[in-house]
Design a protein around this ligand. Structure first.
Ligand code: 13P
Ligand code: SF4
Length: 303
């Protein structure tokens, strides 16, 4: 049955000139029908390069918005209209404008996990894989980093010479993993390396053998000579790694690390989007696209 749906999707996307992009936190059957799978940075770049006139984003809203910002001439669809990102939406433009007034000398750096509206107010965006490099390359030692204080803390530790102002907040999925989870898993699997995402809390990050984006974690595990790994990010990565590397063992740091929003998209949603009976087309006004694009272009220039 799933195979039949996948075949229909593959046929329809060709007929309708649709490129399907999937974030790595999507489930295995969505990756199977996607043209491109990646982390936020790779998806944001790939979106602008694909030849198709239509793009279907299997991920969350800010990712579909980023595709629209980079490719305004394309029709961009979000596979599941309810799939937001609580972190991306935790600040509104008014709150950020107030913060900017309090820190007028700071360069405003936003994690790409922010709404298009917020991007219009930022100087530069970063992704988890490019953050340290980009902040390092900014020609200002005073940085206001929004909205993830955990990623911000990780950057600040790598670049102690910069003053990085953080605001409270973060990813509700990654903050669920605790030092206690690390202790328990290390006891169970003493030879396993701990690989974590920088959205985890600093006390968890400090215990890690490797810290990186979702694809950073996957590349590290694939290339490592080690045979077992404790994975401190969304649990779909545990599954994808186990499929990719059947001779290695992967354990979730916590079974709780599941992003409900990323898991809203089902294979049937993808089919229905292609049929035009589900999903949402993303519309952004010209000014928002222009202003938000500035911060993404700056990210690509500095990264
Ligand atoms: P990356 O894909 O940049 O690693 O980000 C993880 C994430 O939380 C995406 O929502
Ligand atoms: Fe947002 Fe966290 Fe889910 Fe990523 S994992 S989409 S940052 S809530």
């Amino acid at each position: 049955m799933i195979n039949q749906i996948a075949d229909q999707i593959k046929q329809l996307k060709k007929e309708k000139d649709v490129c399907i992009l999937a974030h790595c936190y999507q489930s295995e059957n969505i990756l199977e029908v996607a043209d491109f799978v990646g982390d936020s940075f790779a998806l944001s770049q790939r979106a602008a390069e694909v030849p198709q006139k239509n793009v279907l984003m299997c991920g969350v809203r800010f990712m579909a918005e980023t595709v629209k910002i980079l490719s305004p001439e394309k029709r961009v669809f979000l596979s599941s209209p309810d799939a937001g990102c609580p972190m991306a939406e935790q600040l509104d433009p008014e709150m950020l404008s107030d913060l900017k007034k309090s820190y007028p000398e700071h360069t405003v750096v936003a994690y790409i996990n922010t709404t298009a509206e917020l991007k219009t107010l930022c100087d530069v965006c970063v992704t988890s894989s490019s953050a340290v490099k980009i902040v390092n390359n900014i020609d200002n030692d005073k940085i206001l980093f929004v909205p993830d204080c955990n990623l911000g803390d990780y950057i600040a530790r790598q670049i102690p010479q910069k003053q990085i102002k953080l605001i409270h907040g973060g990813c509700p999925t990654h903050v669920r993993m605790t030092v206690n989870d690390v202790k328990k898993k290390k006891e169970l699997y003493p030879d396993a390396l701990l690989l974590v995402h920088p959205e985890c809390t600093p006390d968890v990050v400090k215990l890690a053998d490797y810290v990186g984006s979702t694809t950073g974690i996957m590349d590290y595990a694939e290339k490592s000579d080690n045979k077992s790994f404790i994975i401190g990010t969304e649990n779909s990565i545990v599954e994808h790694l186990q499929v990719k590397c059947p001779d290695k063992m992967f354990y979730p740091l916590s079974k709780d690390c599941v992003c409900h929003n990323m898991k809203l998209t089902t294979i049937v949603d993808v089919l229905n989007c292609l049929k035009g009976t589900y999903g949402e087309e993303i519309f952004l006004d010209e000014q928002t696209i222009k202003d938000a694009r500035r911060s993404i272009d700056e990210m690509l220039r500095l990264g």
